[in-house]
Write a protein that binds this ligand. Structure first.
Ligand SMILES: Cc1cc2nc3c(=O)[nH]c(=O)nc-3n(C[C@H](O)[C@H](O)[C@H](O)COP(=O)(O)OP(=O)(O)OC[C@H]3O[C@@H](n4cnc5c(N)ncnc54)[C@H](O)[C@@H]3O)c2cc1C
Length: 321
């Protein structure tokens, strides 16, 4: 690993001005929990001359939950989300996603901001040699995309993004000095690319300050499932978040988001429409799941994902009852 300078930023403005000094020859990067940054540095994918530690910025560490919805500071850890009683009762799909991400040790350090900004877990991407090759053939693509995989077969790594998209989350960014902008999470995430430095629209020098989520209604039902190959910690084959607004026993509106099956988490719009005005039962869930996987374009070695995904969608819809 190349040696680098370490700076503890005390405020968002200080961090933003330190990050603004980044250049191609002297990259300056932010560090939150460091779970992804450190891996990328050790793998030689990222070689900063200066690392700006955000962990001391207290204003980025709050969870606010009231009638107007939820605000998650960028430094809120996955462990906090997993354990927060209000999140568990109001945004259960998010709490479940946090609880099933990584390991307890990683969840204690990993932050929600860093989670959304992490780079893909593709083994070609993570290999310094392949990373420098303009276009590796990705022939070992067992864990890669089964939808929209013409431009890239890599999938976005964040499993917290899956429920956050189903809850219509927004991402809030600043360049410091009072500037700010908000972006819908669906527009924030970009298909992973080895040619870019990031897989989101965050700009050089920008700090992710918080994530906001609209309020949950008493008629909301939600569920999340992450399907892995083994029971101990693992990256997903796929993950699914379902958020439903109920009108009595029937579905008034539905959001179904599928992670790890497309370059960015994918809304299963056809499946959502099938559920509208119908009761949640085995039949409607089966039809919705079948519609969600219709049109999948699996690769030679990941067709197994299609029936797995279909089953997980059906089970997650039924779990939201
Ligand atoms: C064994 C293992 C299993 C894992 N399993 C899962 C899983 O199942 N699901 C999942 O989603 N993840 C998983 N992860 C990944 C882990 O959750 C992420 O690496 C972690 O969430 C990243 O957060 P961080 O705070 O450590 O980010 P960092 O590594 O500190 O930063 C990540 C990126 O975000 C930037 N950054 C961070 N915060 C900000 C900010 N506020 N403003 C601007 N830029 C910022 C950094 O510059 C860097 O580019 C796993 C990791 C490991 C090691």
């Amino acid at each position: 690993m190349r040696s680098f300078e370490w700076v503890d930023a005390k405020s968002v403005d200080e961090a933003a001005s330190l990050l603004a000094a980044t250049t191609a020859n002297a990259p300056v990067i932010a560090k939150a929990g460091g779970m992804d940054v450190l891996d990328l540095m050790k793998e030689g994918i990222v070689q900063p001359t200066r690392v700006v530690n955000l962990k001391a910025i207290r204003s980025l560490g709050d969870v606010k939950l009231d009638n107007s919805g939820m605000q998650l500071g960028a430094l809120v850890t996955l462990a906090q989300i997993e354990r927060h009683a209000g999140i568990r009762s109001h945004y259960r799909a998010l709490a479940e996603a946090a609880a099933h991400a990584a390991t307890p040790q990683v969840r204690n350090a990993a932050t929600i901001g860093g989670n959304l900004l992490q780079r893909p877990r593709c083994w070609y991407f993570r290999n310094e040699h392949f990373h420098r090759v303009a276009d590796p053939d990705h022939s070992e693509h067992q864990h890669h995309a089964i939808f929209e995989n013409q431009q890239t077969v890599m999938v976005h790594a964040s499993t917290l993004a899956t429920p956050l998209l189903a809850y219509d989350a927004n991402v809030h960014l600043t360049l410091g000095k009072g500037s700010s902008r908000s972006v819908e999470l669906k527009d924030f995430l970009l298909p992973p690319s080895m040619k870019r430095d990031r897989d989101t629209i965050i700009a050089d020098g920008e700090i992710l300050t918080h994530i906001s989520v609209p309020p949950i209604h008493p008629t909301t039902r939600c569920a999340y499932h992450k399907q892995t190959e083994r029971d101990s910690y693992d990256w997903p084959i796929c993950d699914v978040a379902v958020v439903l607004q109920m009108n009595g026993d029937t579905v008034a509106s539905a959001k179904i988001v599928l992670g790890w099956v497309a370059p960015v988490p994918r809304r299963a719009v056809d499946a959502e429409e099938i559920l509208i005005s119908r009761p949640l039962d085995d039949r409607s869930a089966s039809e919705a799941a079948a519609a969600a996987v219709h049109g999948a374009t699996p690769l030679a070695k990941n067709a197994y994902k299609v029936p797995v995904l279909e089953t997980v969608i059906k089970r997650t819809i039924l779990a939201a009852r």
